[in-house]
Every structure is written in structure tokens, then in C-alpha cells.
Design a protein around this ligand. Structure first.
Ligand SMILES: *[C@@H]1O[C@H](CO)[C@@H](O)[C@H](O)[C@H]1NC(C)=O
Ligand SMILES: *[C@@H]1O[C@H](CO)[C@@H](O)[C@H](O)[C@H]1NC(C)=O
Ligand SMILES: *[C@@H]1O[C@H](CO)[C@@H](O)[C@H](O)[C@H]1NC(C)=O
Length: 526
């Protein structure tokens, strides 16, 4: 564990080729470390852990025999983890929550983000309804019974292969297949969350076409089964052709587009009559590229159920997203290393998403000014002192804020960083400005770029305050939706010059950019 040679690449502060990244603290427990220093540390950890363990035995009701061992093991790991966190930012107060999660968890190492997310993201005071708990549990049971390669799945698949349209349900399993559009990651997450809610409402099993990167980015969300569509699925070769559309619409399978430029015909998907027709269909293949979740709320046959599942409609994506989207260990490594290197120590973390490219120098400086004006006006960022250059060693207030900038072009980041480098703040606060990616990462599908995009969205969702150039971005949508944040949104500048109000607070934490693009069934009036 050589830490001396830190890479200057901001996106990957500690270069590490281990694919189980994010678990470097766990690695310390392995016996293959050679240096004496590590051994000494290990010894100290084990001793401390045994003290903790004895304490836990004394202070608690005696645990039953079979959990003693796993509990002890969990505590050793926990102790190391806490040590790392204590020395690396004030997250220690969250210890107990993690304790609870880890002790009951199993197979933690396959997806660390599921168990550690609460250390990085603020938790909202809202809990999901017990009815949602119940529905998710029920869904998990269904998915386990009907998931890929189960007996029920094989039976249903055989029927499809032999085009056996006879009535009589063989297995009671029905599916909705989410096709991977290879669109921007944010859009895919929004449409996938919508498809999952649709599956939940219609008692279908959601299967995800993995595409090139989905399995690399997301852990399996449902226990002891897989949500990925098996490679050898028979209709797969037709997914991108027109023939599916012609063939479809029988009790075996149906193919539907739920996309932004839907024709009127396709909008009928949200009508009750269409839903009744689909009820018998075993395989529903869904091509969708956007957030159609709000349209489900306006489908009258789902209304009652949705009211029970989400007493606060505003939080549907927040709860579904937190349930579904867990970064794989390799992405979790990108997220946690970045977080600890640049963000953890700051008292407040401010995320800024800039979706505007740098073209046109005029507009460029205006936008930087507007972001700073918005920040200072609403006390998100301190003003700078341009006349008196008081060195910060003279200042008593040593609070710090970290500004995390997500934008495709580096110019905005450099300008904002320079403002806080070249001038002291009037409050004396120390402002550090960071930006992980210098690439147009959204444009390509190569795996590292998707990983970085996911890491960036996740890091934005971990901030305390989010500011965006507009709400019309799937990155912003997912970031504030997952983080449960109501972002500040810049007002559109007129003639390149912004006036007050420089920005306004969004009313909702739900993704909103795409909702107006969709229509409910009521639109069909011809
Ligand atoms: C389902 O089919 C697959 C291969 O087609 C087979 O490997 C698997 O064992 C089958 N599952 C059951 C439960 O029979
Ligand atoms: C998943 O499988 C493991 C081992 O096969 C088992 O111990 C565990 O209880 C299962 N979990 C659920 C939720 O069924
Ligand atoms: C923007 O420019 C147009 C024409 O150049 C002008 O009519 C308008 O008043 C300007 N708006 C503002 C807010 O300055």
C-alpha cells in the first residue's frame, strides 16, 4: 500500500488496479501483506477488535452461537473502516447506522456501495412507506421465483420458443424487458426506474438488457437472482429491427415504444384499455428512453395503488433510485477515493453542474459571474475580498467548503477556482474547487467513461447543495433525485447578461426535465 506516489489525475487520485476497489480497507485484513508496519497495524486492529468484541458481548444480550463468528468478523472490518473514516473527515457519527447494516448483511463484498452509501449521502428525514417495503419484498420473491434460469422462466421461455399460444398460464410469470438504448447514462437510469415501477405495478418481472456497460456499472439490486436478460434470449436478434413491431401484440409477446417522440398510437400505452390488453401478454418488450414514471401516476388503473406506495408522490424516484442503483465495486472505488481525497474534510459540499459548453467568450464570463452571484446571494458561497489582501493565516474562521464542478469543459472550473485562489473570502472560509473529468464523457460508450459518468452523478448526489445551469439535463435529474436535493437553477440570461434573481430553488427533488414531454392517456382526443 504505497501512498507516496499520488497520481495527479484528479479523477483517479490513488491509482489502483485492484478490481475489488473500494475495499482497500478490507484488503488490509488479508495475510498477504509483507511489511512489518502493516503487520503491526494488523495486530493493533485485532487487539482493539477483540476488546470491542468482548465489550459487545458484555453489553449485549448474548447472541446465538452461529452469529458470533460473523459478528466478530464484521466488527474487525468495521473497526478498520471507522479508523479510516475518523482520520479522514467527520463521518464518525454515522458509525452506528453502518453497524446495524453490516451485521445483518451478507455477501457484503460483492457490492460494498449497498452497505456504505449512508456514509456518503445525507439521509433524509423521510422513510419509505411500509407498504412500499411490503411491495418490494413481494417483488423480490416474484423475481427470485421467475428470474433467469428458474424452472418457471424456462417453462415460459419454452412457450415463446415454440410459439405456443395456448391459454392456461404455465408458470404465472410475466416479464417486462427493458431494452438498453445506449443513450446517456442519466436517461437510461430515469427510464429504468420508470420501467421498474411499471413492473412492480403490473406484477411483472423486470429484465434488463445489459448492453455493453450496465453490468459493469450497477450491482444486482434483487437478492439471490439476476435482473439481467440472458444473452441467449430468443427474440434478441430482433430487438433493433422493425419486425418485432409487426409480429407483436399477441399473448406471447408485445413490443412497445415509450419514447420522447412517441406517435399518438404509442401514447395510448398509458390508457387503461391498453393496459388491459397487455395483461395476458407474457413478454412485454419496452423500448424507452426517458422518465415516464409521472405518466404512470396519471393512469387511472394504477392511481390507487400508487397512492398507497408513495404517500408523497414527490419522492417516488428518490426511493426507487436508492433501492435500484448501487454502483459496482469498481465504480464505488472511483467515488470513495475521490470523496476522501477532495470532499470529505470540507464542512459543506457544493455541487455545480454546468451543462453549457464554452463556446462564445462573452457568455462564458457571464455564466461564471452568474454562478458566483447566485452562490453569494443565497449564502451558498462566500464573497471574495478584492481590495484588502488579508492572508488566511490571520483569519480565525477556518471553515472550509468544497465546490465540486461537473461540466464537460474545463474553463468554468478554472475560472471559479481562480477566483477563490487569487482572492481571500470575506468570511475567511477556505474554498476548494474540484472537477473530476476533463472529457466529453457523455458522448461515448467506452466503459471507463461510463464509470466516470456514474461516479460523477453519484458524487453530485452526495453534496449538501446543488446548483445547475438548467433543469434540462438527465445528469442533474438523477443527481438531485437520488440525493433528495432541491437544486438551485440559474435563470436564463438575456442578451448574455443575468439579472436578479440569478437563480431560483427548484420546488421538487423529483426529476423534472422530461415530465412535460410526456402525455397521459387524456391527450388522445381525435
Ligand atoms: C433452465 O434452463 C437452463 C438452460 O437452458 C438450465 O441450465 C437450467 O438448469 C434450467 N433450470 C431448471 C431449474 O431446470
Ligand atoms: C440467498 O442465498 C443464500 C445462500 O444461498 C441464503 O443464505 C440467503 O438466505 C438467501 N437470501 C434470501 C433473501 O433468500
Ligand atoms: C436584449 O436585446 C434586444 C435587442 O438587441 C433588446 O430589444 C432587449 O431589450 C434586450 N434585453 C435586455 C434585457 O437588455
Amino acid at each position: 500500500m504505497k501512498r507516496g506516489k499520488k497520481s495527479s489525475d484528479a479523477g483517479d487520485p490513488v491509482t489502483n488496479s485492484d478490481t475489488r476497489t473500494g475495499s482497500s480497507e478490507l484488503d488490509a485484513m488479508r495475510p498477504n501483506l509483507s511489511s512489518m508496519k502493516s503487520m503491526g497495524l494488523l495486530l493493533a486492529v485485532l487487539m482493539a477488535a477483540s476488546v470491542m468484541f468482548s465489550l459487545s458481548v458484555v453489553l449485549r444480550d448474548p447472541p446465538s452461537d452461529d452469529v458470533v463468528e460473523t459478528e466478530a468478523a464484521s466488527r474487525v472490518i468495521l473497526f478498520r473502516f471507522h479508523q479510516a473514516i475518523d482520520s479522514d473527515g467527520g463521518l464518525s457519527e454515522k458509525k452506528e447506522q453502518l453497524d446495524d447494516v453490516l451485521v445483518h448483511g451478507f455477501d457484503k463484498e460483492s457490492c460494498l456501495s449497498k452497505y456504505e452509501a449512508s456514509l456518503y449521502r445525507k439521509e433524509l428525514p423521510f422513510k419509505q412507506s411500509s407498504y412500499l417495503d411490503y411491495r418490494l419484498k413481494k417483488y423480490e420473491d416474484l423475481h427470485r421465483r421467475c428470474g433467469p434460469f428458474t424452472r418457471s422462466y424456462n417453462l415460459t421461455l419454452d412457450k415463446l420458443k415454440s410459439r405456443d399460444r395456448s391459454d392456461g398460464e404455465v408458470s404465472g410469470c410475466r416479464y417486462v424487458i427493458w431494452l438498453n438504448s445506449n443513450d446517456e447514462l442519466g436517461n437510461r437510469m430515469l427510464s429504468l426506474a420508470s420501467a421498474f415501477l411499471y413492473a412492480l405495478l403490473t406484477n411483472r418481472v423486470l429484465l434488463v438488457e445489459p448492453g455493453v456497460d450496465m453490468a459493469d456499472l450497477f450491482c444486482e439490486p434483487f437478492p439471490n437472482t439476476s435482473w439481467f436478460l440472458p444473452l441467449e434470449f430468443p427474440l434478441k436478434s430482433q430487438f433493433n429491427g422493425q419486425s418485432l413491431l409487426h409480429d407483436s401484440g399477441n399473448s406471447l409477446f408485445a413490443y412497445r415504444h415509450v419514447v420522447r417522440d412517441s406517435s399518438d398510437q404509442q401514447k395510448l400505452f398509458f390508457c387503461d384499455e391498453s393496459q388491459v390488453l397487455l395483461e395476458e401478454t407474457q413478454w412485454l418488450i419496452l423500448k424507452t428512453d426517458s422518465f415516464f414514471l409521472p405518466s404512470l401516476f396519471s393512469t387511472s388503473s394504477f392511481e390507487q395503488e400508487l397512492e398507497k406506495i408513495f404517500p408523497e408522490k414527490e419522492m417516488a424516484f428518490y426511493f426507487l433510485g436508492q433501492y435500484l442503483f448501487h454502483p459496482t465495486n469498481v465504480v464505488w472505488g472511483l467515488i470513495t477515493r475521490y470523496y476522501h481525497a477532495y470532499l470529505a474534510r470540507a464542512e459543506q459540499k457544493i455541487g455545480i453542474y454546468i451543462g453549457v459548453s464554452e463556446s462564445g467568450n462573452d457568455q462564458f464570463q457571464h455564466l461564471v459571474d452568474q454562478i458566483l452571484a447566485c452562490g453569494t446571494k443565497h449564502k451558498l458561497l462566500p464573497e471574495v475580498e478584492k481590495q484588502r489582501h488579508l492572508p488566511s493565516s490571520q483569519v480565525l474562521n477556518r471553515k472550509s467548503k468544497a465546490v465540486f464542478i461537473s461540466s464537460a469543459s474545463p474553463g468554468y472550473f478554472e475560472s471559479i477556482r481562480d477566483v477563490y485562489w487569487e482572492n481571500p473570502t470575506v468570511t475567511g472560509e477556505i474554498i476548494s474547487v474540484h472537477k473530476p473529468s476533463h472529457k466529453e464523457f457523455q458522448k461515448t460508450q467506452r466503459n471507463m467513461e461510463s464509470r466516470r459518468a456514474w461516479a460523477e452523478i453519484y458524487l453530485l448526489s452526495c453534496t449538501d447543495v446543488l446548483v445547475g445551469t438548467s433543469l434540462w439535463s438527465s445528469v442533474m435529474d438523477v443527481a438531485h433525485g437520488l440525493g433528495g436535493l432541491k437544486p438551485w437553477v440559474l435563470n436564463k440570461a438575456e442578451n448574455g447578461t443575468a439579472y436578479e434573481p440569478y437563480c431560483v430553488r427548484a420546488r421538487s427533488m423529483e426529476p423534472c426535465s422530461q415530465t412535460t414531454l410526456f402525455h397521459s392517456c387524456k391527450v388522445k382526443d381525435e
